[in-house]
Design a protein around this ligand. Sequence first.
Ligand code: CTP
Ligand code: CA
Length: 227
Amino acid sequence: LGEKRQSSRLQDKNIIVTAGPTREKIDGVRFLSNYSSGKMGFAIACAAARRGADVTLITGPVSLPTPEGVRRIDIETACDMQREVQRIASGCDIFIGAAAVADYRPAETVTGKIKKTSETIALSLIRNPDILAGFSAEKKTHQLAVGFSLETENGLGYAAEKLRAKNLDLIAYNTYDGETSGFEVDTNALTLIDRQGTTTELPLLTKRDAAIRLLDAIESLLSRPDN
Ligand code: CTP
Ligand code: CA
């Protein structure tokens, strides 16, 4: 415990981890967001740095300390996150999308503050870019793309579908029960599905241990002859 593992296949690999929520501005004082705490992404970044990887953590607003040895870039919106990813994506070996990226953003951001002049107002939203799918679409054969899939129903089915649709090498299906698994809590129940369809159901673990198991799975992908 504590010391860097000498034999890791992640040694000197360039890894990008996205983490936390994004904030999508409604007006000068309000935003749309979600309950992501960033804990899972930060745990992954921390564990990867301990294995000697060169880690860049691109994170939305969270209240977590930067893990030791990790380069941290703070962003607010999904578009900002995508811009930062694109800046460094070509030099990256492994992209791990652990961020809870807002799927939509307000079609326009009002300058100043919206006043409550009427009983109802409508907010028009437009789709945000898919950062993980964008990385995958451009990825070279040596690059790996790893995603998360937080689902409340038909989890395995949706996760397998995302693995295929986003051309991922591995996806971690995250069960969400609002108590022991999902946002804010310190534990997580993940099921890993790789591009061959091999499915590994992990027990309920601390996010730290879940991160370790996820990195172990990535290391075994790296050891395959097609990599
Ligand atoms: N993701 C991303 N950019 C987005 C949306 C999602 O990079 N704009 C990434 C997440 O970080 C995660 C994966 O894609 O690794 C799956 O995210 P998820 O929200 O589960 O899936 P979506 O494709 O957004 O589909 P839906 O929300 O409808 O289930
Ligand atoms: Ca989504």
